[in-house]
Design a protein around this ligand. Structure first.
Ligand code: UN1
Length: 502
């Protein structure tokens, strides 16, 4: 407990200022209490939004490359605190330390990306149909960006949003998951360290709002926040999306996934099996990109299932455990509700399954308030409706197919559309898959999880349609302006050749 407290206070020296309150933060590792924080009051949220608007008025006029300089400094601070922040990520959300480090690296990577971007917020020059006219497209800062993030990537997903928002000229307001507020306060403190002494930065470019859906909702309903970027469940998105739309605000939604890997007869199994394992059991199945379904050609299904089953046997016996220990590959689930969700999902397919490997709670005696499970693998004779729902746990279904068309139909049948993959050495199959997968991410001989920050991240259908992180996702954080200038001396011509002689 003391070491945990030390790890927290080292990153959040003013921790006591945020409590005591009834937002109890516990570690999924063993259920110990890490802190008691105060949820933000309605007045505090209102004042934070007002400060954000004020910060916006100063920040939008700072040249973008200078805004990038602040993000560069933040990246440096993250580099020098990488290990401490990774440990806190592990303590608070339970992912293994190696993945905690990976998550902080993802923050550093997006900082680098955003710094380069700060000199590349390019608009267009457009040919005008009229003489002595120029037309251009300008990208301008938008205003305060409200970020709602989930427990499973408690820091990286915020960084994707915040770093891009900052270089685009916007301040941020962050409502982290009520399960992981400490990592948010730690990032806030690290950001303040980066901003200290950077005279061009106004105060309050980054603020944290603590609490639950209710606190997030105040930000969602406030028209002073033109963009709400929300990551989490489809259920959450269904509430947030229409509320923001009703006030004509913008949303960037990154919601549930139900990601599948198709294994074709030409697949190289030495590539396919490790990808399936990392996607299925990595992060204890708690990534929005985790592999939920493996759709295998009937000629290979026995071999694939048996190979996976024996790997699951080994994982279940000695790779589940304390995520701070070096040998552990699978840490705990976030809480009891996640465990119950996994149990319910298993129950739903028990009658129809051909075989079930793993599943069930472990270490319940040692850790009565923590929820460790054996990852579960379920072999089904065909895809069933029950698996259309996302279960945020290490639970993967293996399903046979006969033709690629059938595999693709099964693949696209679910309501979510985030990530997908095919394992094949046949270029025709690979190209057909890329054309027909209805997901925002379609990989070949790479699993569904673990995307790099350079690409646009997000998906279609109930995943919400948003794109964050790389490519031109920055455009979501700016407003587009078309500007036509006439530089002649006589009366300017009207567009479409209209004559209007007075
Ligand atoms: C998430 O689970 O919300 O592609 C984000 C990945 C990570 C991001 C996951 N880079 O798995």
């Amino acid at each position: 407990m003391t070491t945990q407290r030390d790890a927290i206070v080292r990153l959040i020296p003013n921790l006591d200022a945020f409590g005591p309150g009834d937002l109890v933060v516990t570690s999924p590792i063993d259920g110990t209490e890490l802190a008691r924080l105060k949820p933000s009051t309605s007045e505090e949220i209102d004042a934070a939004i007002a400060r954000s608007v004020e910060a916006f008025h100063a920040w939008r006029d700072v040249p973008a490359p200078l805004r990038g300089e602040l993000v560069r400094r933040f990246g440096e601070v993250l580099r020098s605190h990488k290990e401490e922040l990774a440990v806190l990520v592990t303590l608070e959300c339970g992912k293994i330390l190696e993945e905690g480090r990976g998550e902080v690296q993802e923050m550093i990577d997006i900082c680098d990306f955003a710094v380069g971007l700060s000199r590349q917020l390019y608009g267009l020059t457009i040919a005008s149909e009229r003489p002595e006219h120029t037309m251009q497209e300008n990208w301008l800062p938008l205003g305060p960006v409200g970020i709602i993030s989930a427990f499973n990537f408690p820091v990286a997903v915020w960084a994707w949003n915040a770093t891009l928002a900052w270089v685009c000229g916007n301040p941020c307001l962050w409502k982290p998951s009520e399960k992981t507020p400490l990592t948010a306060l730690a990032c806030q403190a690290l950001f303040e360290k980066a901003a200290a002494g950077f005279d061009d930065a106004p105060s309050h470019l980054s603020q944290v709002i603590l609490g639950y859906a209710e606190q997030g909702n105040q930000m969602v309903e406030d028209r002073r926040v033109p963009l709400i970027s929300a990551t989490g469940s489809t259920r959450m998105g269904r509430t947030v999306g229409p509320k923001v739309a009703a006030r004509f605000g913008r949303t960037l939604l990154e919601l549930g996934g139900n990601n599948a890997i198709i294994v074709t007869p030409s697949a190289d199994l030495s590539i396919a099996i490790p990808s399936i394992l990392f996607g299925s059991v990595g992060t204890a199945g708690q990534r929005c990109t985790s592999t939920r379904r493996v759709i295998v050609h009937r000629s290979l299904i026995d071999k694939v299932f048996d190979t996976l089953a024996s790997a699951y046997g080994q994982i279940g016996s000695d790779k589940v455990g304390n995520p701070l220990d070096a040998g552990t590959l699978v840490g705990p689930l976030i809480d009891e509700a996640a465990f119950e969700g996994m149990e319910r999902a298993l129950e739903r397919v028990r009658g129809v399954a051909d075989a079930i490997v793993g599943g069930g709670r472990v270490f319940a005696d040692r850790f009565p308030h923590a929820f460790y499970v054996h990852p579960a693998l379920v072999r089904l004779p065909h895809q069933v409706e029950a698996i259309h729902e996302e279960t945020f746990a290490p639970l993967t279904y293996v399903i046979p197919y006969d033709t690629l068309d059938e595999a693709l139909a099964m693949h696209n049948e679910v309501p979510q559309g985030l990530s997908s993959a095919i394992m094949t050495t046949d270029v025709r199959e690979a190209e057909a898959f890329k054309r027909h997968s209805d997901c925002g991410i379609a990989n070949v001989n790479i699993g569904t999880s673990g995307a790099e920050i350079g690409g646009a991240f997000g998906g279609e259908k109930e995943t919400g349609g948003g794109r964050e992180s790389g490519s031109d996702s920055w455009k979501a954080y700016m407003r587009r302006q078309t500007s036509t200038t006439y530089y002649g001396r006589s009366r300017p011509a009207l567009a479409q050749g209209i004559r209007f002689d007075l």
